[in-house]
Design a protein around this ligand. Structure first.
Ligand SMILES: Cc1cc2nc3c(=O)[nH]c(=O)nc-3n(C[C@H](O)[C@H](O)[C@H](O)COP(=O)(O)OP(=O)(O)OC[C@H]3O[C@@H](n4cnc5c(N)ncnc54)[C@H](O)[C@@H]3O)c2cc1C
Length: 395
Protein backbone atom coordinates (compact mmCIF):
# COMPACT_ATOMS: atom_id res chain seq x y z
CA UNK A 1 0.00 0.00 0.00
CA UNK A 2 1.12 3.58 -0.66
CA UNK A 3 0.02 6.62 1.37
CA UNK A 4 0.47 10.21 0.18
CA UNK A 5 -0.77 13.77 0.74
CA UNK A 6 -2.76 15.76 -1.80
CA UNK A 7 -1.08 19.12 -1.12
CA UNK A 8 -3.84 21.02 -2.99
CA UNK A 9 -6.39 19.81 -0.44
CA UNK A 10 -4.21 19.86 2.70
CA UNK A 11 -4.85 22.89 4.96
CA UNK A 12 -1.91 22.14 7.26
CA UNK A 13 -4.26 21.74 10.27
CA UNK A 14 -2.01 19.02 11.73
CA UNK A 15 -4.87 16.67 12.76
CA UNK A 16 -3.08 13.78 11.04
CA UNK A 17 0.09 14.25 13.13
CA UNK A 18 -1.48 12.81 16.30
CA UNK A 19 -3.07 9.91 14.43
CA UNK A 20 0.32 8.49 13.43
CA UNK A 21 1.78 5.97 15.92
CA UNK A 22 5.19 6.20 14.23
CA UNK A 23 5.69 9.98 14.31
CA UNK A 24 5.93 9.87 10.53
CA UNK A 25 3.94 13.03 9.70
CA UNK A 26 5.11 16.61 10.09
CA UNK A 27 4.24 20.03 8.66
CA UNK A 28 6.62 21.24 5.94
CA UNK A 29 5.93 24.49 4.06
CA UNK A 30 2.46 24.70 5.71
CA UNK A 31 1.27 21.30 4.49
CA UNK A 32 1.48 17.78 5.90
CA UNK A 33 4.47 15.73 4.79
CA UNK A 34 5.04 12.03 5.32
CA UNK A 35 8.59 11.06 6.26
CA UNK A 36 10.67 7.87 6.00
CA UNK A 37 9.31 6.52 9.30
CA UNK A 38 5.97 5.76 7.57
CA UNK A 39 5.09 2.07 7.68
CA UNK A 40 2.00 2.58 5.51
CA UNK A 41 -0.18 1.25 8.34
CA UNK A 42 -3.02 3.52 7.18
CA UNK A 43 -3.82 4.83 10.69
CA UNK A 44 -3.85 8.43 9.36
CA UNK A 45 -6.32 7.84 6.54
CA UNK A 46 -9.49 8.67 8.49
CA UNK A 47 -7.97 11.54 10.46
CA UNK A 48 -8.16 14.11 7.64
CA UNK A 49 -11.50 15.86 7.23
CA UNK A 50 -10.32 17.46 3.97
CA UNK A 51 -9.79 14.07 2.28
CA UNK A 52 -6.17 15.05 1.65
CA UNK A 53 -4.58 11.78 2.72
CA UNK A 54 -4.78 9.26 -0.06
CA UNK A 55 -3.81 5.62 -0.43
CA UNK A 56 -4.00 2.95 -3.07
CA UNK A 57 -5.92 0.64 -0.69
CA UNK A 58 -9.01 1.17 -2.86
CA UNK A 59 -7.25 -0.45 -5.80
CA UNK A 60 -6.23 -3.37 -3.63
CA UNK A 61 -9.88 -3.92 -2.69
CA UNK A 62 -10.40 -5.02 -6.28
CA UNK A 63 -8.60 -8.30 -5.51
CA UNK A 64 -11.25 -11.02 -5.63
CA UNK A 65 -10.68 -12.67 -2.25
CA UNK A 66 -13.05 -15.53 -3.06
CA UNK A 67 -10.59 -16.81 -5.67
CA UNK A 68 -8.04 -17.71 -2.96
CA UNK A 69 -8.42 -20.97 -1.02
CA UNK A 70 -6.27 -23.18 1.18
CA UNK A 71 -3.80 -22.88 4.03
CA UNK A 72 -0.22 -23.40 2.83
CA UNK A 73 2.91 -24.03 4.83
CA UNK A 74 6.41 -23.69 3.40
CA UNK A 75 8.28 -26.84 4.46
CA UNK A 76 11.90 -25.93 5.03
CA UNK A 77 14.34 -28.80 4.57
CA UNK A 78 18.09 -29.03 4.82
CA UNK A 79 20.42 -31.97 4.43
CA UNK A 80 17.72 -34.61 4.65
CA UNK A 81 15.85 -33.11 7.60
CA UNK A 82 12.63 -31.13 7.79
CA UNK A 83 12.76 -28.07 9.98
CA UNK A 84 10.81 -28.65 13.21
CA UNK A 85 9.27 -25.15 13.04
CA UNK A 86 7.70 -26.02 9.65
CA UNK A 87 6.11 -29.12 11.17
CA UNK A 88 4.78 -27.06 14.09
CA UNK A 89 3.27 -24.66 11.55
CA UNK A 90 1.71 -27.56 9.70
CA UNK A 91 0.05 -28.70 12.94
CA UNK A 92 -1.25 -25.16 13.42
CA UNK A 93 -2.29 -24.89 9.74
CA UNK A 94 -4.32 -28.08 10.20
CA UNK A 95 -6.40 -26.32 12.89
CA UNK A 96 -6.79 -23.13 10.80
CA UNK A 97 -7.88 -25.23 7.81
CA UNK A 98 -10.54 -26.94 9.94
CA UNK A 99 -12.02 -23.57 10.98
CA UNK A 100 -12.03 -22.32 7.36
CA UNK A 101 -13.17 -25.64 5.90
CA UNK A 102 -10.17 -25.47 3.54
CA UNK A 103 -7.31 -27.81 2.67
CA UNK A 104 -3.96 -27.71 4.42
CA UNK A 105 -1.16 -27.87 1.89
CA UNK A 106 2.60 -27.86 1.93
CA UNK A 107 4.98 -26.29 -0.52
CA UNK A 108 8.24 -28.22 -0.67
CA UNK A 109 11.31 -27.25 -2.69
CA UNK A 110 14.60 -29.07 -3.21
CA UNK A 111 16.23 -31.82 -5.19
CA UNK A 112 14.84 -35.35 -4.60
CA UNK A 113 12.62 -34.34 -1.70
CA UNK A 114 9.73 -36.78 -2.22
CA UNK A 115 11.03 -38.78 0.77
CA UNK A 116 9.48 -36.18 3.08
CA UNK A 117 5.91 -36.92 1.96
CA UNK A 118 5.10 -39.46 4.72
CA UNK A 119 6.39 -37.24 7.50
CA UNK A 120 4.49 -34.23 6.16
CA UNK A 121 1.32 -36.31 5.89
CA UNK A 122 1.69 -37.36 9.53
CA UNK A 123 1.66 -33.73 10.61
CA UNK A 124 -1.51 -32.99 8.65
CA UNK A 125 -0.62 -32.16 5.01
CA UNK A 126 -3.49 -32.97 2.65
CA UNK A 127 -1.76 -31.78 -0.52
CA UNK A 128 1.94 -31.33 -1.18
CA UNK A 129 3.14 -29.06 -3.99
CA UNK A 130 6.63 -30.25 -4.87
CA UNK A 131 9.13 -28.27 -6.93
CA UNK A 132 12.27 -30.30 -7.61
CA UNK A 133 15.35 -29.07 -9.40
CA UNK A 134 19.07 -29.36 -8.87
CA UNK A 135 19.19 -25.56 -8.54
CA UNK A 136 16.83 -25.80 -5.55
CA UNK A 137 18.96 -28.31 -3.65
CA UNK A 138 20.45 -25.68 -1.34
CA UNK A 139 18.49 -22.59 -0.35
CA UNK A 140 19.13 -19.56 -2.55
CA UNK A 141 17.00 -16.48 -2.08
CA UNK A 142 16.03 -15.66 -5.66
CA UNK A 143 15.65 -19.26 -6.81
CA UNK A 144 13.27 -20.06 -3.95
CA UNK A 145 11.44 -16.69 -4.00
CA UNK A 146 10.81 -16.85 -7.76
CA UNK A 147 9.68 -20.48 -7.72
CA UNK A 148 7.33 -20.08 -4.76
CA UNK A 149 5.89 -16.81 -6.13
CA UNK A 150 5.12 -18.54 -9.44
CA UNK A 151 3.42 -21.49 -7.72
CA UNK A 152 1.38 -19.24 -5.42
CA UNK A 153 0.25 -17.13 -8.40
CA UNK A 154 -0.88 -20.28 -10.17
CA UNK A 155 -2.74 -22.01 -7.30
CA UNK A 156 -3.86 -18.95 -5.27
CA UNK A 157 -3.78 -20.08 -1.62
CA UNK A 158 -5.54 -17.89 0.91
CA UNK A 159 -2.84 -18.21 3.59
CA UNK A 160 0.90 -18.96 3.33
CA UNK A 161 2.93 -19.55 6.50
CA UNK A 162 6.71 -19.68 6.99
CA UNK A 163 8.72 -20.57 10.06
CA UNK A 164 10.62 -17.45 11.21
CA UNK A 165 14.00 -19.11 10.74
CA UNK A 166 16.81 -17.32 8.95
CA UNK A 167 15.54 -18.80 5.69
CA UNK A 168 11.89 -17.94 6.39
CA UNK A 169 12.78 -14.38 7.37
CA UNK A 170 14.81 -13.97 4.20
CA UNK A 171 12.28 -15.56 1.89
CA UNK A 172 8.82 -14.41 3.01
CA UNK A 173 9.28 -10.62 2.53
CA UNK A 174 10.62 -11.17 -0.99
CA UNK A 175 7.64 -13.29 -1.94
CA UNK A 176 5.29 -10.74 -0.35
CA UNK A 177 6.89 -7.99 -2.44
CA UNK A 178 6.69 -10.02 -5.65
CA UNK A 179 3.00 -10.82 -5.06
CA UNK A 180 1.99 -7.46 -3.54
CA UNK A 181 0.70 -9.40 -0.52
CA UNK A 182 0.65 -8.46 3.18
CA UNK A 183 3.14 -10.11 5.53
CA UNK A 184 3.25 -10.15 9.32
CA UNK A 185 6.66 -11.12 10.66
CA UNK A 186 7.49 -13.07 13.80
CA UNK A 187 3.97 -14.04 14.91
CA UNK A 188 3.44 -15.88 18.17
CA UNK A 189 -0.24 -16.74 17.67
CA UNK A 190 -2.51 -17.37 14.67
CA UNK A 191 -6.29 -17.70 14.57
CA UNK A 192 -9.18 -17.18 12.16
CA UNK A 193 -11.67 -14.35 12.45
CA UNK A 194 -14.73 -16.57 12.14
CA UNK A 195 -16.97 -13.73 10.87
CA UNK A 196 -14.80 -12.46 8.00
CA UNK A 197 -12.50 -15.47 7.57
CA UNK A 198 -9.37 -13.32 7.82
CA UNK A 199 -6.18 -14.65 9.40
CA UNK A 200 -5.59 -13.01 12.80
CA UNK A 201 -1.82 -12.64 13.13
CA UNK A 202 -0.61 -11.78 16.62
CA UNK A 203 2.92 -10.66 17.42
CA UNK A 204 4.73 -8.58 20.06
CA UNK A 205 5.02 -4.92 19.03
CA UNK A 206 6.71 -1.78 20.37
CA UNK A 207 9.61 -3.70 21.93
CA UNK A 208 7.33 -6.42 23.29
CA UNK A 209 5.21 -4.03 25.39
CA UNK A 210 1.96 -4.85 23.56
CA UNK A 211 0.64 -7.79 21.56
CA UNK A 212 -0.72 -6.56 18.21
CA UNK A 213 -3.19 -8.54 16.12
CA UNK A 214 -2.78 -7.77 12.44
CA UNK A 215 -5.03 -8.64 9.49
CA UNK A 216 -4.56 -8.38 5.73
CA UNK A 217 -8.15 -7.63 4.74
CA UNK A 218 -7.63 -6.51 1.13
CA UNK A 219 -4.81 -8.59 -0.33
CA UNK A 220 -4.16 -12.29 -0.80
CA UNK A 221 -2.48 -14.50 0.12
CA UNK A 222 -2.28 -13.56 3.80
CA UNK A 223 1.30 -14.33 4.78
CA UNK A 224 3.03 -14.67 8.13
CA UNK A 225 6.30 -15.86 9.56
CA UNK A 226 5.87 -17.60 12.89
CA UNK A 227 8.44 -18.03 15.64
CA UNK A 228 9.69 -21.58 15.91
CA UNK A 229 8.75 -23.23 19.18
CA UNK A 230 5.47 -21.39 19.85
CA UNK A 231 3.07 -23.81 18.11
CA UNK A 232 2.51 -27.34 19.39
CA UNK A 233 3.58 -30.31 17.25
CA UNK A 234 0.58 -32.58 16.65
CA UNK A 235 0.88 -35.92 14.87
CA UNK A 236 -2.12 -37.49 13.17
CA UNK A 237 -2.62 -41.26 12.98
CA UNK A 238 -4.60 -43.04 10.28
CA UNK A 239 -4.58 -40.00 8.06
CA UNK A 240 -5.04 -40.32 4.29
CA UNK A 241 -1.79 -39.95 2.34
CA UNK A 242 -1.35 -36.46 0.95
CA UNK A 243 -2.03 -35.79 -2.72
CA UNK A 244 1.16 -34.85 -4.60
CA UNK A 245 1.26 -32.06 -7.16
CA UNK A 246 4.52 -31.80 -9.08
CA UNK A 247 5.16 -28.20 -10.07
CA UNK A 248 7.06 -27.04 -13.11
CA UNK A 249 10.29 -25.23 -12.25
CA UNK A 250 11.49 -22.57 -14.66
CA UNK A 251 14.73 -21.13 -13.36
CA UNK A 252 17.15 -19.08 -15.31
CA UNK A 253 20.63 -18.48 -13.86
CA UNK A 254 20.22 -14.82 -14.90
CA UNK A 255 17.38 -14.43 -12.37
CA UNK A 256 19.04 -16.39 -9.58
CA UNK A 257 22.05 -14.03 -9.58
CA UNK A 258 24.04 -16.17 -7.10
CA UNK A 259 25.77 -19.52 -7.49
CA UNK A 260 26.70 -21.80 -4.60
CA UNK A 261 30.28 -22.94 -5.09
CA UNK A 262 30.71 -24.77 -1.81
CA UNK A 263 29.03 -24.95 1.60
CA UNK A 264 31.35 -24.46 4.59
CA UNK A 265 29.81 -25.28 7.94
CA UNK A 266 30.46 -22.75 10.68
CA UNK A 267 31.98 -24.26 13.82
CA UNK A 268 29.56 -23.31 16.57
CA UNK A 269 30.44 -23.33 20.21
CA UNK A 270 26.73 -23.95 20.72
CA UNK A 271 24.00 -25.39 18.50
CA UNK A 272 20.41 -24.32 17.92
CA UNK A 273 18.46 -23.95 21.22
CA UNK A 274 15.07 -24.11 19.50
CA UNK A 275 15.69 -27.73 18.62
CA UNK A 276 17.39 -28.62 21.94
CA UNK A 277 15.84 -31.34 24.10
CA UNK A 278 17.63 -30.22 27.27
CA UNK A 279 18.37 -26.58 28.13
CA UNK A 280 20.33 -25.24 31.08
CA UNK A 281 19.46 -21.58 31.39
CA UNK A 282 21.05 -18.89 33.52
CA UNK A 283 19.89 -15.53 34.82
CA UNK A 284 21.34 -12.72 36.90
CA UNK A 285 21.86 -15.24 39.70
CA UNK A 286 24.75 -16.91 37.86
CA UNK A 287 26.65 -13.69 38.63
CA UNK A 288 29.59 -13.99 36.19
CA UNK A 289 31.42 -16.00 33.51
CA UNK A 290 32.23 -18.41 36.36
CA UNK A 291 28.51 -19.17 36.61
CA UNK A 292 28.39 -19.81 32.84
CA UNK A 293 31.22 -22.36 33.17
CA UNK A 294 29.20 -24.14 35.84
CA UNK A 295 26.12 -24.29 33.57
CA UNK A 296 28.30 -25.53 30.70
CA UNK A 297 29.62 -28.36 32.87
CA UNK A 298 26.06 -29.37 33.76
CA UNK A 299 25.07 -29.13 30.08
CA UNK A 300 27.98 -31.36 29.07
CA UNK A 301 27.12 -33.86 31.81
CA UNK A 302 23.51 -34.33 30.69
CA UNK A 303 23.87 -33.49 27.01
CA UNK A 304 22.14 -30.12 26.96
CA UNK A 305 22.50 -26.63 25.54
CA UNK A 306 22.96 -23.44 27.52
CA UNK A 307 20.70 -20.39 27.26
CA UNK A 308 19.80 -17.39 29.38
CA UNK A 309 17.58 -14.46 30.29
CA UNK A 310 17.84 -11.02 28.75
CA UNK A 311 19.82 -9.90 31.80
CA UNK A 312 22.37 -12.69 31.29
CA UNK A 313 22.65 -11.69 27.63
CA UNK A 314 23.01 -7.99 28.39
CA UNK A 315 25.75 -8.79 30.91
CA UNK A 316 27.61 -10.55 28.08
CA UNK A 317 27.58 -13.94 29.83
CA UNK A 318 25.31 -15.68 27.29
CA UNK A 319 25.33 -15.00 23.50
CA UNK A 320 22.39 -13.01 22.10
CA UNK A 321 21.15 -15.91 19.96
CA UNK A 322 20.67 -17.90 23.21
CA UNK A 323 18.20 -15.44 24.79
CA UNK A 324 14.94 -17.07 25.79
CA UNK A 325 11.73 -15.11 26.18
CA UNK A 326 9.38 -12.67 24.57
CA UNK A 327 12.10 -10.81 22.68
CA UNK A 328 14.34 -13.87 22.41
CA UNK A 329 13.56 -17.43 21.39
CA UNK A 330 10.63 -19.61 22.39
CA UNK A 331 11.84 -23.06 23.29
CA UNK A 332 10.04 -26.38 23.60
CA UNK A 333 12.63 -28.62 25.23
CA UNK A 334 11.86 -31.79 27.18
CA UNK A 335 13.78 -30.37 30.15
CA UNK A 336 14.47 -26.70 31.04
CA UNK A 337 16.64 -26.04 34.09
CA UNK A 338 16.34 -22.40 35.18
CA UNK A 339 19.29 -21.37 37.36
CA UNK A 340 19.17 -18.01 39.15
CA UNK A 341 16.21 -16.84 37.04
CA UNK A 342 13.38 -14.92 38.71
CA UNK A 343 10.77 -15.92 36.11
CA UNK A 344 9.58 -12.58 34.76
CA UNK A 345 6.52 -12.70 32.49
CA UNK A 346 8.76 -11.93 29.49
CA UNK A 347 10.99 -14.90 30.27
CA UNK A 348 8.11 -17.26 31.02
CA UNK A 349 6.59 -16.42 27.60
CA UNK A 350 9.51 -18.27 25.99
CA UNK A 351 9.44 -21.43 28.11
CA UNK A 352 5.77 -22.29 28.44
CA UNK A 353 6.04 -25.12 25.90
CA UNK A 354 8.84 -26.85 27.83
CA UNK A 355 7.77 -30.26 29.07
CA UNK A 356 9.54 -30.22 32.46
CA UNK A 357 10.87 -27.09 34.16
CA UNK A 358 13.25 -27.31 37.12
CA UNK A 359 13.98 -24.03 38.92
CA UNK A 360 16.92 -23.34 41.24
CA UNK A 361 16.60 -20.07 43.14
CA UNK A 362 17.51 -18.73 46.58
CA UNK A 363 14.21 -16.83 46.81
CA UNK A 364 11.28 -19.14 47.67
CA UNK A 365 8.84 -16.49 46.37
CA UNK A 366 10.46 -16.17 42.92
CA UNK A 367 7.71 -16.31 40.22
CA UNK A 368 9.62 -19.03 38.34
CA UNK A 369 8.39 -21.50 40.98
CA UNK A 370 4.78 -20.86 39.85
CA UNK A 371 5.45 -22.63 36.55
CA UNK A 372 8.23 -25.02 37.62
CA UNK A 373 7.45 -28.72 37.84
CA UNK A 374 10.26 -29.12 40.38
CA UNK A 375 11.69 -26.32 42.51
CA UNK A 376 14.91 -26.25 44.50
CA UNK A 377 15.25 -23.34 46.93
CA UNK A 378 18.94 -22.73 47.43
CA UNK A 379 22.21 -21.35 46.13
CA UNK A 380 22.89 -22.54 42.58
CA UNK A 381 26.64 -22.51 43.30
CA UNK A 382 26.01 -25.32 45.81
CA UNK A 383 23.17 -27.12 44.05
CA UNK A 384 24.53 -27.30 40.49
CA UNK A 385 27.92 -28.84 41.53
CA UNK A 386 26.02 -31.34 43.72
CA UNK A 387 23.79 -32.21 40.74
CA UNK A 388 26.80 -32.67 38.44
CA UNK A 389 28.48 -34.91 41.03
CA UNK A 390 25.35 -37.01 41.54
CA UNK A 391 24.80 -37.38 37.78
CA UNK A 392 28.40 -38.46 37.23
CA UNK A 393 28.18 -41.00 40.08
CA UNK A 394 24.90 -42.32 38.70
CA UNK A 395 26.69 -43.13 35.44
C1 LIG B 1 9.67 -5.40 26.52
C2 LIG B 1 10.51 -6.33 27.32
C3 LIG B 1 10.95 -7.51 26.73
C4 LIG B 1 11.73 -8.42 27.48
N1 LIG B 1 12.13 -9.58 26.90
C5 LIG B 1 12.79 -10.49 27.67
C6 LIG B 1 13.14 -11.76 27.13
O1 LIG B 1 12.94 -12.07 25.94
N2 LIG B 1 13.76 -12.64 27.94
C7 LIG B 1 14.04 -12.37 29.28
O2 LIG B 1 14.58 -13.24 29.96
N3 LIG B 1 13.73 -11.16 29.78
C8 LIG B 1 13.14 -10.21 29.02
N4 LIG B 1 12.85 -9.01 29.55
C9 LIG B 1 13.42 -8.67 30.89
C10 LIG B 1 12.56 -9.19 32.03
O3 LIG B 1 11.58 -8.25 32.36
C11 LIG B 1 13.41 -9.43 33.29
O4 LIG B 1 14.08 -8.25 33.62
C12 LIG B 1 14.43 -10.54 33.13
O5 LIG B 1 13.84 -11.70 32.60
C13 LIG B 1 15.02 -10.87 34.50
O6 LIG B 1 16.12 -11.71 34.31
P1 LIG B 1 16.70 -12.59 35.49
O7 LIG B 1 15.68 -13.56 35.95
O8 LIG B 1 18.00 -13.11 35.00
O9 LIG B 1 17.08 -11.52 36.61
P2 LIG B 1 16.35 -11.16 37.97
O10 LIG B 1 14.93 -10.84 37.76
O11 LIG B 1 17.19 -10.12 38.63
O12 LIG B 1 16.43 -12.51 38.80
C14 LIG B 1 17.60 -13.08 39.31
C15 LIG B 1 17.17 -14.25 40.22
O13 LIG B 1 18.32 -14.94 40.63
C16 LIG B 1 18.13 -15.39 41.96
N5 LIG B 1 19.45 -15.62 42.53
C17 LIG B 1 20.40 -14.72 42.84
N6 LIG B 1 21.51 -15.36 43.30
C18 LIG B 1 21.25 -16.68 43.27
C19 LIG B 1 22.01 -17.85 43.59
N7 LIG B 1 23.26 -17.76 44.03
N8 LIG B 1 21.41 -19.05 43.43
C20 LIG B 1 20.14 -19.16 42.97
N9 LIG B 1 19.38 -18.08 42.64
C21 LIG B 1 19.95 -16.86 42.78
C22 LIG B 1 17.36 -14.25 42.62
O14 LIG B 1 16.64 -14.72 43.76
C23 LIG B 1 16.45 -13.81 41.48
O15 LIG B 1 15.18 -14.46 41.55
C24 LIG B 1 12.08 -8.10 28.82
C25 LIG B 1 11.64 -6.91 29.38
C26 LIG B 1 10.87 -6.03 28.65
C27 LIG B 1 10.39 -4.76 29.29
Amino acid sequence: MKVWIDIDKCTGCGLCIDSCPYNAIGIVNDVAAINERCTMCGACLDSCNQGAILSDAEEAVKVDLSGYKGVWVFAEQREGLLNKGSLELLSCGHELGKVLGEEVCVILLGDNVSGFVNELTTYGAQKIYIAEDEKLKTYQTNAYANTISDIISQYKPSIVLYSATQTGRDLAPRIARRLGAGLTADCTKLAIDEKEGHLLQTRPAFGGNIMATIISPVTRPQMATVRPGVMKLVKHDNIQKAEIIKCKVELDHKNIKTKILTVIKEKHRYSNIQEAKVIISGGRGIKSEKGVKLLETLAETIGGEIAGTRVAVEKGWIPLDRQVGQTGHSVSSDLYIACGISGSIQHRAGIQNSKIIIAINTDPDAPIFSIADYGIVGDLFEIVPALIKALKEER
